[in-house]
Design a protein around this ligand. Structure first.
Ligand code: SF4
Length: 426
């Protein structure tokens, strides 16, 4: 249920079935050109499709003129209370203007901005925030905050339509997750325009990411939302971008870079998973390819549920195994597991496929079989799940399976042609 309408922010399509666009907002003072450009380049590198900058003063407009020329991604000017700044931002070359028609000084001022935006072919994001609804909706807000948010947004949409301006997306933002979900669901039924999703003042990296994942993830899973911004209390805007991508990747809406799968660990753990997973996650950040890497804390279950992964590691005693698509590649000392894993990944990416060394693979398979045999009676979480699945005489529930990005690199024994590398953005 993507929006029917589509707009373009510079060259980025929003809505109308386009991939959900990731955006963030610079934390720098916009007038500080050097710091702002550095942050824009960092967030673009992290995968932001769009970036917003605050424009509260004339000196920010001055900087904006250079920023829009140098930015590798479209720049949205964030304007509040001052419609003159919106006009100046359009003249400065902003790729989009964000404003709240309720705080810009009345419909005449909104009309002036709409006219200038039409001439410059600049889209707008019009938005309402809980906490800044028009006065006539305050009573409704007390009785039914969701209805009040939606009504405010619909009134703004109607105002823009009366002004013959339809080049916009709409946002309803609230600090309240259930209200954000309910109001955006209702709004999506009422308007055909693209929808920007976000949770206002979500919180720190930890709590804000969770709130945003629940709120935005629920809506995106319903097919609602055309662009997202994760608001986190951190100076590092790229953290917002990373969280946005994880949400989109988890829902398989977009693909970017590797997917890491790791078992939750338990008392059978055979190596220092915390350190190993953190190192793998950090080293994978350098890879644009959508490789899927699994980390299993012990080899007691064999490769089992990780057999779909492009690559994986597991360990037992002081040794470990590297595997690919369920096949052992080679056994290594535990201390060498991570380096050896990345050596295999690099080699395979260079070749475009995973190459098996028969002798090493057999040695790894024998080692794994021995571990499995030694632990045949263990009731591991994975074996209990398997037994339950067999008992109910059906396949394990697909919703309980790890999310997979599919196989990217074929084994060289496959009859299929070499899998091509896939890079970055969907
Ligand atoms: S039994 Fe399963 S959860 Fe426990 S360490 Fe081994 S792979 Fe991880």
């Amino acid at each position: 249920m993507a929006s029917k309408r589509q707009i373009f922010v510079r060259d980025v399509p929003i809505g109308g079935g386009a991939p959900v666009a990731v955006q963030t907002m610079c934390k720098t003072e916009t007038a500080n050109l050097e710091a702002t450009m550095e942050q824009i380049r960092t967030v673009a590198e992290a995968g932001a499709d769009l970036v917003r900058v605050a424009v509260p003063r004339d000196k920010d407009v001055e900087a904006l003129k250079t920023i829009v020329k140098q930015s590798p991604i479209p720049v949205i000017a964030d304007i509040h209370f001052n419609h003159t700044l919106a006009l100046k931002a359009i003249d400065a070359g902003a790729d989009c203007i964000r404003l709240n028609p309720g705080n810009i000084g009345g419909p005449e001022k909104v009309a002036e901005v709409a006219e200038r935006a039409t001439k410059a072919n600049v889209p707008m994001r019009i938005g309402v925030n809980s906490g800044s609804l028009p006065k006539h909706l305050h009573e409704l807000e007390r009785e039914n905050p969701v209805e009040a948010l939606v009504q405010a947004a619909v009134e703004f949409v109607e105002l823009m339509e009366r002004l013959d301006f339809e080049n916009f997306k709409v946002s309803i933002k609230s600090t309240n997750v259930p209200n954000t979900i309910a109001s955006n669901r209702l709004l999506a039924e009422k308007i055909p325009y693209p929808i920007h999703l976000g949770i206002t003042e979500a919180g720190t990296n930890w709590s804000g990411s969770l709130k945003s994942s629940v709120g935005l993830g629920t809506l995106l899973a319903d097919g609602i939302g055309d662009t997202i911004r994760i608001s986190l209390s951190t100076f590092h805007a790229e953290e917002e971008v990373k969280v946005a991508w994880e949400i989109l990747k988890a829902l398989q809406l977009r693909e970017r870079g590797p997917v890491l799968i790791a078992c939750p660990t338990c008392g059978r753990l055979q190596f220092d998973m915390d350190t190993v997973v953190a190192e793998i996650e950090q080293r994978l950040e350098a890879y644009p390819e959508p490789v899927e890497v699994a980390v299993l804390g012990c080899a007691v279950n064999g490769i089992g549920e990780a057999s779909h992964a492009d690559f994986g590691i597991t360990g037992a005693k002081d040794e470990g195994l590297i595997f690919a698509h369920g096949k052992p590649l080679r056994k290594v000392k535990q201390g060498e597991l991570v380096d050896a894993l990345f050596a295999e990944i690099d080699k395979s990416l260079d070749r475009g496929k995973v190459q098996l060394d028969e002798a090493k693979s057999r040695e790894g398979a024998d080692w794994l079989a021995k571990i499995e045999e030694e632990n045949a009676g263990e009731l591991t979480p994975e074996r209990i799940a398997q037994m339950e699945a067999e008992a109910s005489n059906k396949e394990p529930d697909p919703f309980l399976q790890p999310v997979t990005g599919g196989k990217r690199l074929g084994l060289d024994e496959d009859a299929s042609p070499t899998a091509s590398r896939r890079f970055t953005r969907a």
